[in-house]
Design a protein around this ligand. Sequence first.
Ligand SMILES: [Zn+2]
Ligand SMILES: [Zn+2]
Length: 241
Amino acid sequence: MNIRPLVHTVLDLLYPLVYCDICQYPLDKGVSHSFCPACLSTLPLIRDPRCKKCGKPLREDLMDYCRDCQASRHLFTAGLSVYEYTQTIRDLIYRYKYQGETSLARTFGLLMGDLFAESAWPIDLVMPVPLHKRKESYRGFNQSSLLADYIAYGQGLAFRDDVLLREIDTDKQASLTRQDRMKNLKGAFTVVKPSIIKDKNILLIDDVYTTGATVDSCTASLKEAGAAKVFVLTLATGRNI
Ligand SMILES: [Zn+2]
Ligand SMILES: [Zn+2]
C-alpha cells in the first residue's frame, strides 16, 4: 500500500498554514504554501538569463555559462535553483535545518516543484543528496530528503532515498577549493541498489548549490551504477559571474 498520500495529509493537518513563515502575518485561507504574497515578492527569485548548465544567475544575456561552468565540466546534465543564496534565504534554511522548523520543507518543496514543472526535464526518479548516517541521526532528518519527497509527491514522480548512500562524512567542505572538494568527495557516495536506477533519468535534490562538487560526485556514482542522466534542482545557489 502506498502510504505517502496519507503521510502528506497528516503533515498538512499537523502544520496548518496559518501565518506567514517570514513576517508572521495571517495567511489567506486555502493558500498552498507559507509565504505571504508580500514576502514572496521580496525573495531573490532567479530569472533568466541564467547559466545553461548549473542555473546560476547571469548578469546579462551575452554569455551562456557562468564563470565556474566555463572553467570546469560538470557531470550532471543541467541544474536549476529557485533562489539566490542571500541572507534572507540563508536564515530560512538555517531555521529549517537547525531550528526544527521542518514544516518549511512543504513551502520549499512546492516552490522547487514549480520551477521543476517549467523545466521539461524527462525525470524517472527523484532522490536527495544523502547525508552520512551519523549526521542524519544527529540532525534527526536529511533536509534534502524531505524536499525531494515533497517535490516527488507534488509532481507525481517516484521518490527513493535508499539507493544512493553517503559512505564518507565529508565535513568542512566550505573552506576547501573546488579541486580539494572533488578529491575529498571521491568515493564518498555509493549506489546500493543499482537495478533501481538502471537507464533512469534522475532528479537530484539538495538545499544549496555552491561549486557543484557534491552533486558531481553523486552523479559520478549514479552513472557508474548505470543511471542515464542526472539533473540537479536546489533551493538556493550562490552568484558566480
Ligand atoms: Zn509575509
Ligand atoms: Zn554555471
